[in-house]
Design a protein around this ligand. Structure first.
Ligand code: 5GP
Length: 141
């Protein structure tokens, strides 16, 4: 692996270019949010800056300053939509930390008391369920 460089063939770059589909929750000039296809809990979504960086370590702070308010907005919407007790925000940097897609993204995961998280990058969710969950979050925005 080439290490620390950005490869624009990663799956989120393809989603940002519209080359592969996603269940979109939110979009503005700088940010896209969509459902994670292997959710760790119902309502698990990803917030992705449109500007290119591998992860947090090489990101432009100016891009981060636009992304974090969107993470907050979607955390609140997901909490309401899923009647969650809490929201887990996760962000992995490099393989040793669990990163598997090399375009910066923030996981927004609704949590409910007593419900364990499913494994990271575990089982693919049914498309109809992802569509319904995206609509629920959009309705809470
Ligand atoms: P990472 O380990 O890089 O933080 O997590 C990448 C996330 O992207 C995982 O939670 C995984 O389920 C999700 N993912 C992988 N491929 C796709 C895809 O093609 N579409 C969507 N929407 N999510 C994906």
């Amino acid at each position: 692996m080439s290490g620390q460089t950005y490869d624009d063939n990663n799956i989120f770059a393809k989603i940002l270019r519209g080359e592969i589909p996603c269940h979109k929750v939110y979009e503005d000039d700088d940010t896209l949010a969509f459902m994670d296809v292997m959710p760790q809990a119902p309502g698990h979504l990803l917030v992705v800056p449109k500007s290119q960086s591998r992860n947090l370590l090489d990101a432009d702070p100016a891009a981060l300053s636009k992304t974090i308010p969107v993470v907050q907005k979607l955390a609140k919407a997901a909490k309401e939509a899923f009647d969650a007790d809490g929201i887990f925000i996760a962000q992995f940097n490099e393989p040793a930390a669990g990163q598997t897609v090399y375009h910066l993204h923030f996981h927004v995961i609704p949590r409910r008391e007593g419900e364990p998280l499913r494994p990271h990058s575990g089982k693919m969710e049914d498309g109809d369920i992802l569509k319904t969950n995206a609509e629920k979050i959009r309705a809470a925005l």
